[in-house]
Ligand binder design. Structure first.
Ligand code: NBP
Length: 480
């Protein structure tokens, strides 16, 4: 028996429910299912008039409701629940059916699931979906990874429900095979961590060094949002900072505990970057900054430690400083994206995914949390030169970061002088200085490694590897 639903969604918590509604609002007949049937009933009761839903109470009913080849989206908690759902549904599916995992899966899990289902003739698409609850309903950025065949049939459906960039292009594209989509989503989240950390540091500097109130800082962010920093995260930062706590009448940001939480995708980005040998220092500092903020006991124990004497700025000095912070924020942001795109390129090479970096920037232009005007420029840079090794080598970005560097250095120096922690700004600046340096102290590191571990070194003037007999007469021997 063949059903009539063009797509099915199982897992109807916030994300699944809104995604199902998005499909239905766009004219698709959607089969809906959830382990706990109350959620299915609730969806149909509350939103049934938005489109054509086919509620299913059991996996068998759900599968029977779908037209063939079946397309079912799994939107359950990532990890074991996803495996449990696949185990339950796979025996009910036929060759050619497509299972789409829209959760935040680890890309290695996606690779494994794709392989296991492929052996049974079932397509498995790991689709990174960004935009949160609101995006799922009104248009997320969607990053599907899987077979060309399955992504080609899914593509038009995903294009209908995805966000649209300013030029009208849907924010979804086939990223590559198996885990490519979830890998790109993971790096997206890593960049999101870095963006948020940099914004937090800018806020902290405006508060602690410029002496601005939350309302004044909100205004600064509003102004920044009309320029090159124009982005969703800058926009919501202004809103959060302008918000007043109803109970106390104080700025909302002052009554929130200063301990940031995380769900894991930022951590994964850094772990995988270490495995791939990609220096994503800005993302790593963002993950560590959240971790540090959460160590209430350590922070309490360190509370009495000496810091520098604060030097308040005068009004005009504060305004000039705020302009410098904008430069530092923008330059550091370029570095975060440079690092993130390097990681995607490295992952693509390691796993043979053939990911187009311009296409990734294009699907991040709208719908997702890091959406920003800036991403269109990254798209142009990679579209013009797909072989571009680093965003810092793109002439327009190189010029901008060069123009920002004096202010960037002043801001980091002032932060250090006044004792305001800016791990993101400082790491980004060190990365920039590290990459552009004629000579790095890694030469000394190699010398030390050879001294204590006979790890050998390469010379600047000759081919081959060498070892110095440190414990003997300190003559040099060739080792290959
Ligand atoms: P949750 O991550 O909170 O998961 C809840 C859903 O998983 C419910 O439908 C629940 O069914 C189902 N589920 C669980 Br838990 N264990 C199950 C099992 N063993 N078998 C079947 N179903 C099971 O939902 P969410 O916040 O909507 O997120 C869904 C996915 O989307 C996650 O992977 C998440 O990481 C990802 N994501 C979330 C966001 C966001 O902003 N929230 C953004 C982007 C991606 P029940 O109702 O019967 O308990």
């Amino acid at each position: 028996m063949t059903g009539t639903a063009q797509i099915g969604v199982t897992g109807l918590a916030v994300m699944g429910r809104n995604l199902a509604r998005n499909f239905a609002r766009n004219g698709f007949t959607v089969a809906v299912h959830n382990r706990t049937t109350a959620r299915t009933d609730e969806l149909v009761k509350e939103f049934g008039d938005e489109g054509a839903f086919v509620p299913a109470r059991t996996p068998e009913e759900f599968v029977a409701a779908l037209e063939r080849p079946r397309r079912l989206v799994v939107m359950v908690k990532a990890g074991d629940p996803t495996d449990a759902v696949i185990k339950e549904f796979a025996p009910l599916l036929d060759e050619g059916d497509v299972v789409i995992d829209g959760g935040n899966a680890h890309f290695e899990d996606t690779r494994r699931r794709e392989r296991e289902l492929r052996e049974r003739g079932i397509h498995f698409v790991g689709a990174g979906i960004s935009g949160g609850e609101e995006g799922a309903l009104n248009g997320p950025s969607i990053m599907p990874g899987g077979s060309t065949e399955s992504c080609a049939t899914l593509g038009p459906m995903l294009e209908k429900i995805a966000a649209r960039a300013e030029d009208g292009t849907p924010c979804t594209t086939h990223i590559g095979p198996d885990g490519a989509g979830h890998f790109v989503k993971m790096v997206h989240n890593g960049i999101e961590y870095a963006d948020m950390q940099l914004i937090a540091e800018a806020y902290d500097l405006l508060r602690a060094v410029a002496g601005y109130s939350s309302a004044q800082i909100a205004e600064v962010f509003r102004t920044w949002n009309t320029g090159r920093l124009d982005s969703y995260l800058i926009e919501i930062t202004a809103d959060v900072l302008a918000h007043t706590d109803e109970a106390t009448g104080r700025p909302f940001v002052d009554i929130v505990q200063d301990r940031a939480e995380q769900k894991g995708t930022g951590r994964w980005t850094v772990q995988i970057a270490l495995d791939l040998g990609v220096p994503v220092s800005g993302i790593a500092e963002a993950v560590f900054a959240r971790s540090l903020s959460g160590h209430a006991d350590l922070r309490e124990a360190a509370r009495g430690l000496t810091g520098p004497t604060a030097v308040p700025l005068s009004g005009p000095e504060a305004a000039a400083f705020a302009d410098r912070v904008e430069q530092a924020l923008y330059a550091s942001k370029i570095v975060s994206y440079t690092q993130g795109f390097h990681q995607i390129r490295a992952g693509s090479e390691a796993y043979g995914w053939g990911i187009g970096l311009g296409a990734v920037a294009a699907v991040w232009r709208a719908g997702c949390i890091i959406r920003a005007a800036f991403l269109d420029r990254i798209r142009s840079a990679y579209d013009a030169r797909p072989e571009l090794l680093s965003l810092l080598s793109d002439e327009p970005f190189a010029q901008e970061i060069g123009a920002a560097q004096d202010d960037w250095r002043t801001v980091v120096a002032e932060a250090v002088r006044q004792g305001v922690p800016t791990p993101g700004f400082a790491a980004a600046l060190s990365y920039y200085d590290g990459l552009r340096a004629d000579r790095l102290p890694a030469a000394l590191t190699q010398g030390q490694r050879d001294f204590f571990g006979a790890h050998t070194y390469r010379r600047t003037d000759r081919e081959g590897s060498f070892h110095t007999l440190w414990g003997g007469d300190r003559s040099e021997v060739s080792t290959g």
